[in-house]
Design a binder for this molecule. Structure first.
Ligand code: DOR
Length: 440
């Protein structure tokens, strides 16, 4: 049982409620309110008072744990980069109490037994809640659909071939038809392989200057257009991963107006870095989709503010130092994000007045919970006590030693950031305090 006193509560379900006390009992939110000291014993019950732990939270924010709908945990098969234990420990350090684990592992998560394995490994780790995303097509081959109903029974919450675009439009159309029966969204990695043509950064002035092969913006937006049309026709749920172009934002805005059941996410790195930041030695900034132009960034932010884009998500993509030490064209795509994403969004967007704090929680907790039908996302009485206490003044230097992730491919390595979670609870259990994961 917890009595968190005088926290600045950010709950999108209720708006910013200011300084409040939060009471937690049996893993759930008991009450959020302004209580008199003498009233509290009544809520917990006199006989239970000895077991109540008090947290003095003045000056710190308390919000529902963040839900990241896009992480790569690499298990099974690439445990040198990350595993479910290290990834879910990194998650709670970063303020994430739930994560959706992508299916591009080795083997690909395309069978019920593999989905169950990911779920059970998540439970064993006992940190963030780990929800498996299963592949859309067997072996990520883009040819044959997985057994969606069976896989859903095994605990998958969505289907995605993330990492690869599904090139065959008829397969994608069928995927919407079948996924509809499961109630799960399809998360689309929108990338036309012919247009992308093995490029390594966004095509434009910067790619020409660096002599690197470019990926045109259309490689993404053409597929966004295709997929909203297919989802509209089939009546399925579509979630678009890592939106990075202004044209994609425009198409999603139009699709929503037409009543198509589409949601979308933006990754913090696409808001904070542009193609102008890419350099031949900056493989830490090599990511897919590639870093956009400044104009795209403005459209992405506008989309987040006007409701076109529903979510923030990290696309946490750990890679080993050796791989990222390769020359730019050969290094793998991906940025390690779970432990820095909230801090940089806070420092660069919230503190600079570009994104309101409450909106961040809506984008990273409430909306993901609603779209993927997950517990959490709110502090209403009876909700699971997935909570984050966030100290906007806390400064930390990002180092290999401080990180829980096995990989260090973050552009913030060696930098000091400000604004970090200092306590994280999952289902009422304290899993991180004073920036350290609590072992169980
Ligand atoms: O940059 C990326 N890395 N984009 C993806 O779509 C996949 C991911 C990975 O798995 O490394």
């Amino acid at each position: 049982m917890w009595w968190i006193k005088k926290a600045l509560v950010l709950d999108p379900a209720q708006g910013y409620t200011g300084e409040r006390d939060v009471l937690v009992k049996d893993g759930f939110i008991l009450k959020v309110g302004n209580f008199l000291e003498e009233d509290v014993p009544e809520f917990f019950g006199q006989e239970n008072l000895e077991g109540v732990k008090i947290v003095e939270a003045a000056g710190k924010y308390l919000f529902p744990g963040l839900i990241d709908v896009h992480v790569h945990l690499r298990e099974p098969g690439q445990e040198d980069k990350e595993d479910i234990r290290s990834g879910s420990r990194a998650a709670v350090r970063g303020g994430f109490t739930s994560v959706l684990a992508m299916a591009n592992t080795k083997p690909v998560i395309d069978q019920r037994a593999l989905v169950e394995f990911v779920r059970l490994q998540g439970e064993r780790a006992g940190m963030a809640r780990v929800y498996p995303v299963a592949a859309v097509t067997k072996g990520f081959q883009g040819q044959e659909l997985v057994e969606m109903m069976d896989i859903r029974e095994g605990g998958a919450v969505a289907f995605s071939d993330d990492g690869l675009g599904i090139q065959n439009a008829e397969i994608m159309r069928l995927a919407f038809e079948y996924a509809k029966l499961t109630g799960c969204p399809i998360i689309s990695h929108c990338e036309d392989e012919n247009l992308a043509a093995r490029g390594v950064m966004r095509r434009g002035e910067a790619s020409a200057r660096l002599g690197l092969k470019g990926i045109p913006a259309s490689a993404e937006s053409v597929m966004v257009a295709r997929d909203v049309l297919l989802a509209g026709e089939a009546g399925g749920k579509l979630h678009i991963a890592h939106v990075s172009t202004k044209e994609s934002v425009m198409i999603i805005r139009t699709a929503k107006k037409l009543g198509i059941d589409v949601t979308a996410e933006v990754n913090p790195h696409h808001l904070l870095f542009s193609d102008q930041d890419v350099g031949l030695t900056r493989t830490d900034l090599k990511v897919n989709p590639p870093l956009p132009t400044k104009e795209d960034q403005e459209a992405l932010l506008e989309g987040l503010l006007d409701g076109t884009i529903d979510m923030l998500a990290t696309d946490h993509a750990p890679h080993t130092w050796e791989e990222k030490a390769k020359p730019f064209p050969e290094a793998p795509f991906g940025i390690n994000s779970l432990e820095t994403a909230l801090a940089v969004v806070w420092q660069e967007l919230v503190e600079k007045g570009k994104l309101p704090a409450l909106k961040v929680i809506e984008l990273w907790s409430r909306n993901p919970a609603q779209r993927f039908n997950l517990p959490g996302g709110t502090l209403e009485t009876g909700s699971p006590a997935d909570l984050v206490l966030f100290d906007p003044a806390y400064k930390e230097r990002i180092t290999a030693e401080s990180m829980e992730s096995k990989a260090q491919n973050t552009p913030f390595l060696g930098q000091e950031l400000q604004g970090f979670p200092v306590m994280t609870w999952v289902g009422g259990k304290l899993v991180m305090a004073d920036r350290k994961v609590i072992c169980n």
